[in-house]
Design a protein around this ligand. Structure first.
Ligand code: ADP
Length: 625
C-alpha cells in the first residue's frame, strides 16, 4: 500500500560507467590496481563504484536521498526533505548517521517516524544499487545491525507521571508543572508530538460575545449543539459542555505560553462552522514549539523518550506508576507521588483493534490494512489496553472516524490543496459531485466508499488556491505538489478532466451546476442537490469554480480518529467497569471515549487535547494518595 516511489537519477550515466568499469577490469585482468573489480563481486556487499548517487522517495512528503560512497564504504548520506519537524525529521538525522556508523542497512525505524525511516532506507538501497550493489549485497547490508548494550534497569519518581507526549500529554505536563509539580513524561517515540503534530492545526473555540463570534453568528452554545448532535448525541453532555466551555480559555492559555495564531477563524473540513483558529506554525508544530520553549525555560519536566509504557502499577487499588521498557530493552519503573495521566492517543494504527471494534456496528465496509491512516505509527491503542487491564471501562470503541482526504499513497493529510471547505468540491471518477462537501466527516467518507475505486478528486479554481510559493497547511508549496504530480493543474476544465481521467462533459456540467448553487441555488428550485450550505469562504471571494488555472488532487478514505476509549468524568478521572473512579488514574485526549460520540467535529480534537489535558494535569497534581 505504502509503496515508496523512486525516480532514479542518472541511471543511464551509471550504466555507461558500469560498463566502462567492467571493460577496464577485464582488460586489466585480475591484477593489482583493479581492486574494485577484484573484490567487487557484489555478493560481498561492501564495494561500490565511488561517487554520489541520488534517489527520490516519499516519506510523509517527497524527499531526495543522496549517498556518497568510496570504493569500500558509505561515506556520506544527505536527505533533502520537508518532513514535519518533530515527526519525520528526527529520522532524517539519526538514520543516516547510524547507516554510516554500522555500514549496514539493518537499522530500526525511528519510533514515530516509520514512514520516513522506510523511505530513507529505500532511498539508500536505491543509491547503493546505482553504485553497483546487487540484491545479494543489499540483503547482506540489511542484516547488519547496531549492537545495543542493554542499559541498567531504572527507577524514577516524580509528582505527576504523564504517559504520552502528544497534545494532551504535553498540555497536562505543562499544567502540572505550572501547579508546582515535578513531572516525568514517558514517550515511546524519540520526540514529542504524537498525532497532534501531524494535524492541520485547526482549533475550535468560541470567544462568546466577541466581535468574531458575533460576526460569524457563533456562540459556545452553538459549538455545544453542533458537537453533541454531530456525534449523534452519544457524547456525554457534561463532557461536551466541559469541552466547549473551556475551549476559548485554552486558546488564551496557549497565547500566554507564547503560541501565535492567525487572526481569522475558518471552517475546517467537517467542522460545520467557521470557528477554527489556525496556528501560525504549520501543522501541529506550533503547540510543541511552545511546550518545548516552556520546558527549556522551567525546571521540573523530564522527558523520557524511546520508552514504552507497558503496564500501570496498582497498589492497594490506587494507580501509583507505570512500568516501561527502555530503548535497549531495560526495565524503567516510574512512580508518581500524585497522579498518573494516560495520554497515549487512539488506535488508528492498530489494524487488529480497528477491525475488531468495527465489527460491533460494521459502520465501515472495511478497516483492514487496505485502508491507510493519517496517524503516526505509534498510535496503537496501548493506553486503552493498559487501562482495560486494570479494570477501566472502555466505551464507544466502535466509533471510528475516517476522513475522505487521505493521500492515496500514504493516507496522510498532506498534499491536500484546499484552503477552506467553502471553496472546493469533491469529484468522483465519473466527473460528478456525490456528497455535501461541507457535511459530516462520516457522511462524506461513507459516500466516498461507494464511489468507483473508493477514490475522488478535490477540485478548485485559482481564486482560493494558494499561489506561487505559498505553502498549504502542511508546509508544502503548490508548485512542488504540481511538479510531483500530487496536484493536477490545467488552464481549462476540459484539460483538467483529461488529466484526472474523468469524462469532460460531466465535469463541466457538474461545475456549471455547482456555480449556480453558489450564486444562491435555485437550479430547478433546489438550493444544492446534496444539501450543501457552505459556499462563501471567509474572505468572501469565492463565487464558484470559474477562474483557471484549475486544480485537482486525488484523495481516498483514511482512518483519522478513534472516538471511543477510556471513560472519564469531567475531572478527567478514569472510570472503572463498575462505574467507580479509579484513584490515581487520569486520562485525556484521544485515549478517552464519550466526548465526541459517533463523529468528531473537525477542529475539536486539538480543543480536546488542550481542555482535558489541562484538566488532567490539574486533577493529577491535586490527587493525594
Ligand atoms: P492526543 O491527541 O490524545 O494527545 P497524540 O497522538 O497526540 O494523542 O499523542 C499520543 C502520544 O502517546 C504519542 O506521542 C505516542 O507515541 C505516545 N504513546 C502511545 N503509546 C505509548 C506507550 N505505550 N508508551 C509511551 N508513549 C506512548
Amino acid at each position: 500500500m505504502r509503496k515508496v516511489r523512486y525516480e532514479l537519477l542518472g541511471r543511464k550515466a551509471m550504466l555507461v560507467s558500469l560498463i566502462m568499469i567492467l571493460v577496464l577490469s577485464m582488460l586489466a585482468g585480475c591484477g593489482k590496481g583493479s581492486s574494485k573489480s577484484e573484490s567487487a563481486s557484489p555478493k560481498d556487499g561492501a564495494t561500490y563504484v565511488a561517487g554520489t548517487y541520488s534517489a527520490k522517495v516519499s516519506g510523509m512528503h517527497e524527499m531526495t536521498v543522496h549517498v556518497t560512497v568510496s570504493d569500500t564504504a558509505i561515506t556520506d548520506i544527505k536527505v533533502d526533505h520537508k518532513e514535519t519537524s518533530g515527526v519525520g525529521e528526527p529520522a532524517t538525522e539519526s538514520l543516516p548517521a547510524e547507516i554510516i556508523e554500522t555500514q549496514g542497512l539493518g537499522v530500526d525505524a525511528v519510533a514515530g517516524a516509520t514512514l520516513t525511516s522506510k523511505a530513507i532506507i529505500d532511498g539508500v538501497k536505491d543509491c547503493l544499487k546505482q553504485a553497483g550493489l546487487n540484491e545479494d549485497g543489499i540483503n547482506k547490508l540489511l542484516a547488519i545491525k547496531k549492537k545495543e548494550t542493554k542499559e541498567a534497569d531504572q527507577e524514577l519518581t516524580a509528582d505527576v507521571v504523564i504517559i504520552g507526549a502528544g497534545g494532551a500529554g504535553m498540555a497536562a505536563a505543562t499544567t502540572a508543572n505550572q501547579a508546582g509539580k515535578k513531572v516525568i513524561v514517558i514517550e515511546k517515540a524519540s520526540k514529542m508530538g504524537g498525532n497532534t503534530i501531524l494535524s492541520g492545526g485547526a482549533f475550535n473555540a468560541v470567544d462568546d460575545g466577541s466581535e468574531t463570534a458575533l460576526a460569524n453568528k457563533d456562540s459556545v452554545e452553538k459549538h455545544y449543539t453542533q458537537t453533541f448532535e454531530g456525534g449523534d448525541k452519544q457524547g456525554d453532555p457534561k463532557l461536551v459542555h466541559t469541552l466547549v466551555d473551556n475551549a476559548w480559555s485554552g486558546v488564551v492559555w496557549l497565547k500566554e505560553l507564547g503560541m501565535k495564531f492567525h487572526d481569522n477563524v475558518f471552517t475546517v473540513t467537517g467542522g460545520m462552522w467557521p470557528r477554527a483558529h489556525k496556528p501560525i506554525e504549520p501543522e501541529g508544530t506550533g503547540f510543541f514549539k511552545t511546550y518545548q520553549e516552556y520546558i527549556d525555560k522551567h525546571d521540573g519536566i523530564t522527558m523520557v523518550y524511546n520508552t514504552k509504557a507497558d503496564e500501570l502499577i496498582v497498589e492497594n487499588g490506587i494507580v501509583t506508576g507505570v512500568s516501561c521498557t527502555g530503548k535497549t530493552g531495560n526495565k524503567i519503573t516510574v512512580k508518581a507521588q500524585n497522579g498518573v495521566v494516560l495520554a497515549t492517543g487512539g488506535f488508528g494504527q492498530n489494524v487488529e483493534m480497528r477491525v475488531k471494534y468495527n465489527e460491533i456496528n460494521k459502520k465501515w465496509p472495511t478497516l483492514d490494512s487496505s485502508i491507510p491512516s493519517t496517524n503516526t505509527s505509534g498510535i496503537t491503542g496501548d493506553g486503552m489496553i493498559m487501562a482495560e487491564q486494570i479494570g477501566a471501562k472502555l466505551i464507544q470503541m466502535e466509533n471510528i472516524q475516517l476522513l475522505p482526504l487521505g493521500d492515496p499513497k500514504t493516507g496522510s493529510l498532506s498534499g491536500n490543496i484546499e484552503h477552506a471547505v467553502e471553496s472546493r468540491i469533491f469529484i468522483n471518477l465519473d466527473g460528478n459531485r456525490f456528497v455535501n462537501e461541507g457535511g459530516r466527516r462520516d457522511e462524506m467518507t461513507l459516500a466516498l466508499f461507494k464511489q468507483k475505486e473508493t477514490k475522488m478528486f478535490i477540485v478548485m479554481d485559482s481564486d482560493t488556491y494558494p499561489k506561487g510559493n505559498e505553502v498549504n497547511n502542511f508546509g508544502e508549496t503548490i508548485s512542488s505538489l504540481v511538479d510531483s504530480g500530487r496536484s493536477l493543474k490545467a488552464d481549462t476544465l476540459e484539460e483538467l478532466a483529461k488529466l484526472m481521467g474523468v469524462p469532460e462533459k460531466n465535469l463541466i456540467d457538474t461545475v456549471n451546476n455547482y456555480n449556480r448553487y453558489c450564486k444562491g441555488g435555485d437550479l430547478e428550485g433546489k438550493k444544492d442537490e446534496f444539501g450543501r450550505t457552505l459556499f462563501t469562504d471567509t474572505d468572501g471571494i469565492n463565487n464558484g469554480i470559474n477562474n483557471g488555472p484549475f486544480y485537482a488532487a486525488a484523495r481516498v478514505p483514511t482512518v483519522h480518529h478513534t472516538m471511543g476509549g477510556v471513560q472519564i468524568n469531567e475531572h478527567a478521572q478514569a472510570i472503572s467497569t463498575s462505574g467507580e473512579i479509579i484513584p490515581g488514574l487520569f486520562a485525556a485526549g484521544e485515549v478517552t471515549g464519550g466526548i465526541h460520540g459517533t463523529n468528531r467535529l473537525g477542529g475539536n480534537a486539538l480543543t480536546d487535547t488542550i481542555v482535558f489535558g489541562r484538566i488532567a494535569g490539574t486533577s493529577a497534581s491535586n490527587f493525594v494518595k
